[in-house]
Write a protein of this length. Structure first.
Length: 316
């Protein structure tokens, strides 16, 4: 996973990481965002119809081992699961294709993203940082949201507390180009849907949850039976925008099932594995390629820089 050749992208990635540090503080060995999490292992079984969309290696095989990480939002590794800022939750899935060969999906539990570009994103982060409780209205973040409808919609969108991380749907907000063996290319976005269905607490119930409720719950759940998610791809129409993470496509767009992820165990050394693993938002595999979405190269740079820093941190 290399850094982008564009020095401006790398510089912006470093500045965004610094802004996360300003917002959340320094927590050596943890991610700058989505710091609190848990890793599980399992397998992916492709659906027959997936080959109509892509000839990616994990779709062409009967089964592929996977590693998955659930996470809370923010860069606070001790954030209670009962705090609203823990939402949206994250889910990253690594398909282990061979030794040191993999492709990843990075998703979160809201079908939206607040900004189209990294420059807008750091502007939002700075506005949040400058909008403390003692700052009079209109606060910088209020001014930003008032002039950026997508960010306002993201902030105002419901982000309920899941009954379990296994009863939440997750969305890949950037589009990818999927190409099948016949050379046909279609753009699509990932949706990861729980086999157990979606189930949520009320805000009042969520506020009463224990500090580590969601991670204790999913560890207990998976110790009794595997948990499963269907991985779907929402396919864009010819007129849909495919390079803007804030652009929604109509719900009438077709969904193609890629397959089923089954998670059957928590990694016994989850904390050490989380420190080491660096997920890649760019697929980098045959049959699935990046779109022109400007967030993709930037996110890849942020993840890599954050991961290098995390790996270099000395144990407490």
């Amino acid at each position: 996973m290399p850094l982008p050749n564009d020095e401006r992208v790398v510089d912006l990635a470093n500045r965004i990481l610094a802004q996360f540090d300003t917002l959340f503080g320094l927590h050596p060995g943890f991610r700058a965002a989505h710091a609190k999490g848990l890793m599980l292992t399992g397998s992916f079984t492709a659906a027959p119809e997936a080959l109509s969309l892509t000839n990616a290696p994990h779709v062409s095989r009967p089964s592929t081992p996977v590693t998955a990480r659930f996470s809370n939002s923010t860069g606070l590794p001790m954030l209670p699961d009962s705090v609203a800022d823990a939402n949206p939750r994250g889910l990253a899935i690594r398909f282990n294709l061979a030794e040191h060969v993999h492709t990843d999906i990075v998703s979160h539990s809201i079908d939206a993203f607040p900004t189209r570009t990294g420059d807008e994103f750091i502007e939002l982060l700075k506005a949040i940082g400058a909008s403390g409780p003692d700052v009079p209205s209109p606060k910088p973040v209020e001014v930003f949201l008032g002039s950026h409808p997508a960010a306002l919609a993201f902030v105002q969108a419901p982000k309920p507390f899941p009954v379990s991380l296994a009863t939440e749907s997750y969305f890949g907000v950037t589009a990818f180009a999927f190409t099948n063996a016949q050379g046909e290319t279609k753009y699509g976005r990932y949706r990861i849907v729980p086999e157990a269905g979606e189930h949520f607490f009320s805000d009042e119930e969520g506020a009463k949850l224990a500090q580590d409720y969601h991670y204790d719950e999913i560890a207990e759940r998976v110790s009794k039976a595997p948990i499963r998610f269907r991985i779907l791809v929402q396919v864009a129409g010819p007129e849909d925008t495919v390079d803007d993470a804030t652009a929604h496509w109509p719900e009438s767009r077709p969904l193609v099932e890629l397959g089923v992820v089954e998670l059957n165990a928590v990694l016994p050394d989850s904390l050490a594995q989380q420190k080491h693993i660096i997920f890649d938002p760019i697929p980098r595999c045959e049959g699935i390629e990046a779109s022109a979405d400007p967030l993709l190269e930037l996110r890849a740079a942020i993840y890599l820089l954050s991961g290098r820093r995390r790996r270099a941190a000395q144990p407490a």
